[in-house]
Design a protein around this ligand. Structure first.
Ligand code: 0A1
Ligand code: ZN
Length: 882
């Protein structure tokens, strides 16, 4: 590449030299020629040198005119560069008017102002505002916005922006106008505009101080019947945030708009959230239980940003986790309170362990607060989001709920209306609670997943149990050596009947005799000794996953089976089941690689049967415990990943369990069979999960077992909700026969007008176990069901195949890698964000056998050799080859 994109460093942060007192924007919307007028009042900050020029970011637009305090500027007065404008001689206070023209219709990067299904919408985070007008596009420049929008009334009857509507009128030539005023200071990344032909579902919410807020969800007319669940979720989120955090909504209206073309999940623009339609639209016939739950969580997430992100924002993009980690933690707590807390916690950890841990052990590993980036869009990662949320959760664990809430109150009191750092957040937590978090801060600056190893020694004579705890953290790019972390380790001792025993720590004052303790592990090696410990106690460690670490311990399989059955911590019961199944599976993987005979231990089948027939436990928890560890979770634990052996071992266990427990699966399947109308309650969702888990195991016997095959067909054709229908279709699509082809065709014919359902249909085929899966994926790319410009379609077909179908993607001939390379190269020129996300699986080449590894690396090198790579893709590829 000619000019290598350069990194930006946290250490180089300098405040912006000017304040912006206000910003007035005027839009004349036309799909190909939109005119933007921006009038901003700048004021030099005190002590800033008078020589300091005004620098504005800007890209991808035509500058039409520029004037300062009403006087037009000429080309001699400013420099127009690729990245923006520089005005060398500006007074201390002045008004700058910039007129530019942009082409939203041609914008396929989906950053800035673009069209989705013929409607205008914006995406400004992180740096999209600079594609709309010239402005200091950085989060620490906050100002008050007014937005005037003019457009053709017939084509664009709805014109929206942030804040409150202050004017609305008709103009000549069939155009009309709206004007919006946002009374709150905000950074440019929270600006939003929407214009289109949309219908709106309305409701209202009365806040805790008695103010009435208008709630609106805008969608295309064909989706008018799919907004109830999102609206209900929004009202629940608003009430919950008042009760749990004391946060009240602050504008007269709150709007959500659903669009089909969106790079991410959703966006928290002030008062005007823009959503990927996937996280708004749902009816039982078109959306699965998981879709319903995701909608609740994403609607909550974006709403919660109003306080954690919008009122208090980030000083710079290195602080991204300040808003994202905290807001993910808040949405997790919300979902936990609305549904089953244990189920929610297990699902979070499952994703963290398989995806974030993988990120932490790969070439893109970075601290929760990164130190540098080439393209910030590459840092909207599992580490910043999910690990960031774990850091907040650990602080809550260390400070206790009350101390944590006092910290939140102090944080808001100190920083409302400001752009701050993660360090400011931690300081508020410390100051409010008196707990020293100095060492804890390393969680923000050191990358990598810490490994804790615990050796337990029991001295029967003294009745003492000693835990010898060591911690270490593998090297990550740029960080060869790590300092010890401050790790909260939640623990209990369970008696032989499963009851937690009173804990007595030697040499500890205070809090003796509790049934659960949080140990602070702070040194590289530390011993904890408990006394009055009876014979046969079992340690339950890292309860509720009290820290994002990998824990190893000398626990026997019998102890794991005991914990799986008796631990009173639901998370640890699940974790024990995963450790047990994981251990067995990894042994089997080893045997597959050595060409040895596979045998399934009877104790595993018995433990499985006991859980399966348990009628007391929440069926969702059972379904989680009975699901085999994910392929990605197993891969993460192997020195050299062998996708084919993992697949073979998992399929063997699935088949063997199905053979041995067929009747039990049938019994449970029938017991959980559909009853009554569709509801998204934990009980009803749990029943469907357990039922479909049973069907999934039974399917290992089909199509040879015709009775089972007919059962799957029956569920597919008579299922009354998308959860059941798509679960059955997924099982059918693993085979290539008349029935499955017919099922896929019928499903498509029924739903071809509904893009979200078509995405499911594509995803199901991309995940298929069929050996010719890639051929099918390539064929589907040529049909009207697919569209390379639509990120959801790309994710459901290409993304699912490359990230969710490990055995087919990693075909030994390298066809999967070559396929991904070609798609990334096609997408990068128009949508760099999506191309950069898609390429991620190739970066893991060092973890595979020589043949695969060489082919994966070769695909990356071919990409690197291209002359025109976006900064996004360049960063991923070059880090992958470093
Ligand atoms: N802040 C949003 C996520 C988001 C980030 C970047 C985007 O465009 C590049 C869009 C959305 C959230 O956390 O929900
Ligand atoms: Zn967010």
């Amino acid at each position: 590449m000619a000019d290598k994109p350069q990194p930006t460093y946290l250490k180089d942060y300098v405040p912006y030299p000017f304040e912006v007192e206000r910003l007035d924007l005027e839009f004349d919307l036309e799909p190909h020629h939109t005119r933007v007028l921006s009038r901003a009042r700048y004021k030099r900050k005190e002590h800033v040198d008078v020589e300091e020029p005004l620098r504005l970011n800007g890209a991808g637009q035509t500058l039409l005119s520029l004037s300062l305090d009403g006087t037009p500027l000429t080309a001699l007065d400013y420099r127009c560069q690729d990245s923006g404008l520089v005005l060398p001689n500006v007074p201390n206070a002045f008004e700058l008017t910039v007129v530019t023209e942009i082409d939203p219709e041609a914008n396929k990067a989906l950053e800035g102002l673009y069209l989705s299904s013929g409607n205008f919408c914006t995406q400004c985070e992180a740096q999209g505002f600079r594609r709309i007008t010239y402005f200091p596009d950085r989060p620490d420049v906050m100002t008050r916005y007014t937005t005037t929008i003019r457009a053709d009334k017939q084509r664009f009857p709805v014109l929206l922006s942030n804040g409150n509507l202050v004017e609305q009128c008709d103009l000549d030539d069939g155009r009309h106008l709206t004007r919006w005023e946002d009374p709150f200071f905000k950074p440019s990344y929270l600006f939003a505009l929407v214009a289109g032909d949309l219908v709106c579902q309305e409701d209202a919410f009365t806040t805790m101080s008695g103010r009435e807020v208008l709630l609106q969800i805008y969608v295309e007319a064909r989706n008018a019947d799919k907004c109830d669940h999102a609206m209900l979720s929004l009202k629940k989120a608003m009430a919950w945030d008042e009760q749990r955090f004391g946060f009240e909504y602050d504008l007269d209206r709150f709007m959500i708009v659903a669009v089909d073309d969106f790079n991410m999940g959703a966006m928290e623009n002030k008062g005007l959230n823009v959503f990927n339609s996937k996280y708004v639209l749902a009816r039982p016939e078109t959306a699965t239980d998981d879709d319903f739950l995701n909608i609740e969580s994403v609607v909550g997430h974006e709403y919660f940003h109003n306080w954690t992100g919008n009122r208090i924002t980030c000083r710079d993009w290195f602080q991204l986790s300040l808003k994202e980690g905290l807001t993910v933690f808040r949405d997790q707590e919300f979902s936990a309170d609305m549904n089953s807390a244990a189920v929610k916690r297990i699902e979070e950890v499952r994703i963290l362990q398989s995806h974030q841990f993988a990120e932490d052990s790969g070439p893109m590993a970075h601290p929760v607060r990164p130190e540098s980036y080439v393209e910030i869009n590459n840092f909207y990662t599992m580490t910043v989001y999910s690990k960031g949320a774990e850091l907040i959760r650990m602080m809550q664990t260390l400070l206790g709920r009350d101390g944590f809430m006092a910290g939140i109150r102090l944080y808001v009191q100190r920083h409302d209306g400001q752009a701050v750092t993660t360090d400011d957040f931690v300081a508020a937590m410390e100051d409010a609670s008196g707990v020293d978090l100095d060492q804890f801060r390393r969680w923000y600056s050191q990358a990598g997943t810490p490994v804790i190893h615990v050796e337990q020694h029991y001295d029967g004579e003294r009745q003492q149990l000693t835990l010898d705890v060591t911690q270490s953290c593998p090297a990550t790019p740029g960080q060869p050596d790590k300092q010890p972390f401050h790790i909260p380790l939640r623990l209990a001792l369970l008696g032989p009947d499963g009851t937690p025993q009173p804990l007595h720590l030697v040499n500890e004052s205070g809090q003796q005799g509790a049934e659960e303790l949080v140990l602070s592990v702070t040194a590289a090696r530390q011993k904890f000794c408990f006394e009055q410990v009876g014979e046969g106690c079992v340690v339950s460690l890292l309860r509720d996953f009290s820290a994002p670490v990998k824990l190893t311990m000398n626990t026997s399989r019998d102890e794991l089976a005991f914990l799986m059955a008796h631990d009173n911590d639901a998370f640890n019961r699940w974790n024990a089941s995963q450790r047990l199944a994981g251990g067995l599976l990894l042994d089997l993987v080893d045997r597959v690689r050595k060409g040895q005979k596979l045998i399934l231990e009877p104790m595993f089948v018995e433990a499985f049967r006991t859980s399966l027939l348990d009628e007391q436990t929440d069926p969702s928890l059972l379904a989680l415990a009975l699901a085999l560890p994910l392929e990605s979770f197993l891969a993460e634990q192997m020195e050299e990943i062998d996708p084919q052996a993992i697949f073979t071992a998992r399929e063997f266990v699935r088949h063997e369990v199905a053979v041995q427990l067929k009747d039990d699966f049938l019994t449970v399947y029938r017991r959980c069979a559909d009853s009554g109308p569709y509801e998204v309650t934990p009980q009803a969702v749990g029943q469907r999960r357990l039922k479909n888990l049973c069907l999934g195991y039974l399917a290992a016997l089909a199509p040879q077992d015709n009775m089972i095959w007919q059962m799957i067909l029956e569920q597919f054709s008579t299922g009354r909700n998308m959860t059941d229908v798509s679960a059955a279709l997924g099982l059918l699509a693993d085979h290539d026969n008349r029935d499955s082809r017919h099922a896929l065709d019928t499903f498509y014919a029924t739903w071809k007008e509904d893009p979200l359902v078509v995405e499911k249909w594509l995803g199901i085929q991309a995940r298929s176990r069929r050996e010719d899966c890639l051929e099918q994926v390539e064929r589907l790319m040529g049909t009207p069901a697919f569209n390379l410009h639509n990120p959801n379609k790309v994710r459901s077909l290409i993304g699912v195949f490359c990230q969710g179908n490990s055995v087919r993607f990693h075909a030994a001939d390298g066809s999967g890698y070559d396929f991904l390379r070609r798609q990334v190269a096609l997408i990068d020129p128009f949508n760099p964000q999506i191309a950069a996300r898609l390429v991620a699986p190739l970066l893991r080449w060092p973890r595979y056998d020589d043949t695969r590894s060489a082919l994966m690396k070769q695909a990356l090198e071919q990409l690197q050799a291209k002359t025109t790579l976006s900064a996004d893709l360049y960063e991923m590829v070059s880090k992958g080859l470093d």
